[in-house]
Design a protein around this ligand. Structure first.
Ligand code: SAH
Length: 257
């Protein structure tokens, strides 16, 4: 990569990070949904070890920590998110039990069978659902749980506009039964599957972005990269409102066999 390209790449990276650092969540979800997914797993103890992979600024990690004993490590590639994560943990007085660490989900440093629970909301797409399920399995104890939210089709067929959008954004998007079969094939009992309610997108994900987008465009007025980035975020939101009958996020909870 030339230096010129590299600096553009780094600028994009920082820009996107700055934008998402200022909002409640970096993907669709809600505290209620995190607690619901947790209800399908066995109770943890103060000795339990969990990981939240692709934790972002830790919205869901804080909820998990408030509903479970034990220690949780949050892992994210963006240092800016991890700074915010650890700051938020301190504010909630959770810093002794949860810790944010910069790292990549394709190169995790856990020991084999170290973890009782692996959590990942709206993030596994970065390495792919099947790959993540397979690669992360070794870090779980037998009988431990994995809980993952993932974009999924609700129908066998759908309008070409939304189909093309997703084939371009994340071709591994698939129907719920196909995803459940992948959970089983990767060596977990598929213990529960449920669709995230619409308010996880509208109220908790898109609504907080409206103000953030206006402020961001003001700050970066005339900056083409910033303008294009916001335009693509808005396009994604418009497509959701238009086609939400065809896709959404689904929580998959599996127990390691
Ligand atoms: N779980 C959070 C964030 C979801 S957004 C929430 O639901 O709000 C996806 C997250 O994955 C982002 O924070 C992004 O920085 C992170 N990410 C992307 N690639 C990654 C990688 N290779 N390893 C770890 N985290 C990654």
């Amino acid at each position: 990569m030339s230096n010129e390209n590299k600096s553009i790449h780094e600028f994009d990276f920082n820009l996107i990070c700055e934008y998402f650092s200022g909002v409640e969540r970096q993907g669709p979800g809600s505290p209620e949904v995190t607690v619901k997914a947790l209800s399908f797993t066995d109770k943890l103890t103060s000795e339990s070890r969990s990981a939240d992979i692709g934790c972002g600024t830790g919205g869901q990690t804080m909820v998990l920590a408030q509903h479970t004993p034990g220690h949780i490590k949050g892992i994210d590639l963006f240092p800016g998110f991890i700074d915010r994560f650890n700051f938020n943990a301190g504010k909630l007085n959770l810093q002794d039990r949860i810790k944010g660490i910069v790292g990549s989900m394709d190169n995790l440093s856990f020991q084999d069978e170290e973890l009782d629970l692996i959590w990942s909301e709206g993030a596994i797409y970065n390495i792919g659902f099947e790959r993540g399920l397979n690669e992360w399995r070794k870090f779980l104890k037998t009988g431990g749980y994995i809980a993952i939210s993932e974009a999924s089709w609700f129908t066998e067929e759908r309008p070409s506009e939304i189909d093309e959008f997703w084939q371009n954004a994340y071709p591994e998007i698939d129907t719920i039964p196909n995803k459940v079969a992948q959970v089983q094939k990767a060596g977990y009992i598929p213990v529960a599957t449920f669709i995230l309610p619409e308010n996880c997108w509208t109220e908790h994900f898109y609504a907080p972005q409206v103000k953030a987008q206006e402020a961001f465009l003001k700050k970066y007025a005339g900056n083409k990269t910033a303008e294009e980035f916001i335009a693509s975020e808005r396009h994604g939101a418009q497509l959701y409102y238009k086609y939400k009958a065809y896709y959404g996020y689904v929580f998959y909870i599996g127990k390691k066999i």
